[in-house]
Design a protein around this ligand. Structure first.
Ligand code: 6GU
Length: 287
């Protein structure tokens, strides 16, 4: 059920209560798996799996490389819930459908959200296969009024004008750097600014160089809306971008961005990304 403003608090509550009635797991961590990175969900023990199509009010996913399942389970005894497959603007969803699962996370009791994505590298120091800790974002569609919080505000979720200067948790950022060092990932663990574009077409050369000059280190088609809604309702946020391809910014380059390369790089690096996230989950403290 949806109206022009997306889902009501009651719709979200009904979905969360339905899920809570099917499992005893009470996750404090919610994870969103990016393209080709759904293996994170497979690491969970004691799994309770829901196909999106079976969850009341839940949107469905359409992209190749995204499974479309909500997986509850435990990581070293810590209850987690994992979205295997997310929703994108380019699939044609209204924005509130893309971010609805964040409010479900909140109503399930999730305190920390970890988001992963596949992204193109703009920063010239980045290599394919690098993992970028997201330190900040640019909501490019937001400049044109495409913000998931547009429309009436329900104070039960959060305030009308939420702050975003502290969107990405600094402690979790530091923890990721520490865990990365311990795991020996130092030479491919980077940090930077993620810029969201609508897609599905990849950027032109002029668009890519514009984004780079505006201060973006990586570009992708997800995550930012989810972060805004997660922060609005007070969850801690941590994000990682897997740099699956180097964005072309040179008219003489013969390289062409394509989805196959994205999935191929994800395959090469996903185990390390999963290890980084799962190690962090076992260290995150909750109330
Ligand atoms: Cl090059 N662009 C965008 N927008 N998203 C991506 C990408 C590029 N590579 C992976 N995801």
């Amino acid at each position: 059920k949806e109206n022009n403003n997306g889902y009501s608090y009651e719709d979200c509550k009904a979905t969360a209560d339905w899920l809570l009635a099917q499992t005893d797991l009470r996750p404090a961590v919610g994870i969103v798996c990016g393209s080709g990175l759904g293996g994170l969900a497979d690491m969970l023990k004691d799994q309770v799996i829901f196909n999106y199509k079976d969850i009341p009010n839940f949107p469905q996913s359409t992209v190749h490389g995204h499974a479309g399942r909500l997986v509850f389970g435990t990581l070293k005894g810590r209850p987690c819930v994992c979205m295997q497959g997310r929703f994108h603007l380019y699939e044609g969803y209204i924005i509130q459908k893309i971010t609805m699962p964040m409010r479900i996370f909140k109503l399930l009791g999730v305190e920390t959200v970890i988001l992963t994505n596949a992204a193109g590298g703009l920063n010239q120091d980045f290599k394919v296969g690098d993992i970028m800790i997201i330190k900040d974002h640019i909501n490019l569609p937001g400049f044109a009024g495409n913000n998931p919080l547009a429309g009436p505000n329900d104070e039960r979720f959060g305030v009308r004008f939420p702050c975003m200067s502290d969107a990405y948790d600094r402690e979790l950022h530091q923890m990721a750097m520490d865990v990365g060092q311990e795991l020996g990932y130092g030479n491919f663990l980077k940090e930077g600014v993620y810029c969201m574009v609508g897609g599905p077409s990849f950027e032109t050369i002029a668009e890519s160089s514009m984004l780079y000059r505006l201060g973006a280190d990586a570009v992708g088609m997800s995550t930012v809306y989810e972060v805004i809604v997660a922060r609005h309702c007070g969850m801690r946020v941590f994000g990682l971008s897997l740099i699956t391809n180097q964005v072309v910014m040179d008219y003489d380059s013969g390289e062409k961005a394509n989805h196959e390369e994205v999935l191929h790089t994800a395959k090469l690096r996903k185990e390390q990304l999963e290890r980084l996230v799962s190690t962090m989950v076992t260290r995150i403290e909750h109330n």
